[in-house]
Ligand binder design. Structure first.
Ligand code: GCO
Ligand code: MG
Length: 412
């Protein structure tokens, strides 16, 4: 029987190799190190403080092997429950403890979760454009890289760049889209839902004509529609066979999805801003969604996301983990281990990080032919380089807000 692995220290590491990341490093008395991702885009230091000031002092002396018990302790003893800051902090501890357990066992985390259910995790890439020509170049670049599933976002004529549009021409080189801006504190984007909803079906009609029926196409509406607008858009998109329509309405009121469901069979993905199984209760038990967008990083870690996805599995609802660049390589590795192990895996979002990120985080996950594998290193398979991190100091960056043409503040 394995003895206890007492926790010696928990350090919070904040670094900014091209963008900000918060990483938790837990070290046992035997010197085994585990890493957890605690990055909450635009609000990074709130989680760093929660971990440094409130969680790290509680961890010293605990047995790192007791993952479930530690999760329940941190969740219940805080008294004030849920929310992105708390659940990201707990997630980081959870990931680090799974990492430690894997390193001690000499096994990759997916083996501890029950072993591989598939050879690799299907991933979707991003493509976007200022117009259809630009979008076409972006899609062709992703197809050349071997992706079989691609998210399409395009600027609406007369409305500026808008959500999800890469600033550079996206053909050739790494695809980049980073919504959090260092430009200033209050960045705003203009928005007109009616224009957008009129424009989008034609974009997908064009895409099917241009790229055929085989490629899986996705789209993110980013919380901006009313229930009736969403129902209608889902219906208008049906001929183009989307893999999913994401975040069609704001998520605070899940019951509105009932109306959307009554009018369209376009698959619905929701949940990147939710962070617990309780937030998904109505969405899952009433089968109002097809894919859970929650991430390991913001949803209480591997332990809690697995619980949520096991619940979803009873309703034929699949995973579709959030994976833009604000999920650190540690969070991405944790997601991939879970993707490989669970039965109801759907798809994984993937956007490669900037080259500087690889100087700080050494990863063992790999991409080939539209799929990813977490690798077979013990634990999560990610190492952190403090010297490299010291070259990239934290620098505040904030997500934008959206404003309607008449000046009204809207959901971004
Ligand atoms: C996605 C998301 C992201 C978010 C980002 C905010 O589907 O990938 O919507 O692009 O906007 O995570 O920090
Ligand atoms: Mg999204």
């Amino acid at each position: 029987m394995t003895g206890a692995a007492r926790i010696r220290s928990a350090e919070v590491l904040v670094a900014s190799p091209s963008r900000n990341f918060v990483t938790l490093r837990i070290t046992t008395e035997d010197g085994v190190v585990g890493l957890g991702d605690a990055t909450l885009n635009g609000r990074e230091l709130a989680v760093a403080s929660y971990l440094r000031d409130h969680i790290a002092p509680l961890l010293a002396g605990l047995d790192a092997h007791r993952i479930e018990d530690t999760w329940q302790f941190l969740y219940r003893s805080a008294y004030w429950r849920r929310g992105p800051v708390t659940m990201s902090a707990i997630a980081a501890v959870d990931m680090a403890l799974w990492d430690i357990k894997g390193r001690i066992a000499g096994l990759p985390v997916y083996q501890l979760l029950g072993g591989a259910s598939r050879e690799g995790a299907l991933v979707y890439a991003h493509a976007s454009g200022a117009d259809l020509e630009d979008l076409g170049d972006s899609v062709r670049a992703r197809l050349e890289e071997g992706y079989r599933a691609i998210r399409l976002q395009v600027a609406v004529p007369g409305m500026g760049a808008g959500y999800g549009i890469s600033s550079g021409r996206a053909s050739g080189g790494r695809y980049t889209y980073e919504p959090a801006k260092r430009a200033g504190l209050r960045v705003e984007e203009g928005w007109d839902t009616a224009r957008y909803a009129r424009h989008l079906p034609g974009v997908f009609e064009w895409a099917r004509h241009e790229f055929g029926s085989e490629v899986m196409l996705l789209h993110d509406a980013h919380h901006r529609l009313t229930p009736t607008q969403a129902a209608r858009l889902g219906r208008d998109l049906e001929p183009y066979d989307l893999f999913w329509l994401e975040d069609c309405t704001p998520v605070e009121n899940p019951e509105v999805l009932r109306l959307v469901r009554q009018h369209t069979v376009t698959p619905i993905a929701i949940g990147e801003v939710l962070n617990s199984v309780w937030d998904f209760r109505t969405l899952i038990s009433e089968q109002l969604i097809d894919y859970v967008r929650a991430s390991v990083t913001h949803t209480g870690g591997i332990t809690h996301l697995r619980r949520l996805l096991d619940f979803a599995a009873q309703y034929q609802i699949k995973s579709g983990s959030h994976g833009p660049t604000d999920i650190s390589p540690v969070g991405m590795a944790a997601a991939l281990h879970l993707d490989l192990a669970i039965h109801n895996f759907g798809i994984q979002e993937y956007m490669a990080h900037a080259p500087e990120v690889a100087e700080v985080f050494r990863t063992s996950y790999r991409y080939a032919d539209g799929s990813m594998h977490p690798g077979d290193e013990p634990g999560l398979g990610v190492d952190y380089d403090d010297d490299a991190a010291a070259r990239f100091a934290y620098s505040p960056a904030y997500l934008p807000a959206a404003r309607l043409v008449d000046g009204t503040m809207h959901d971004w």
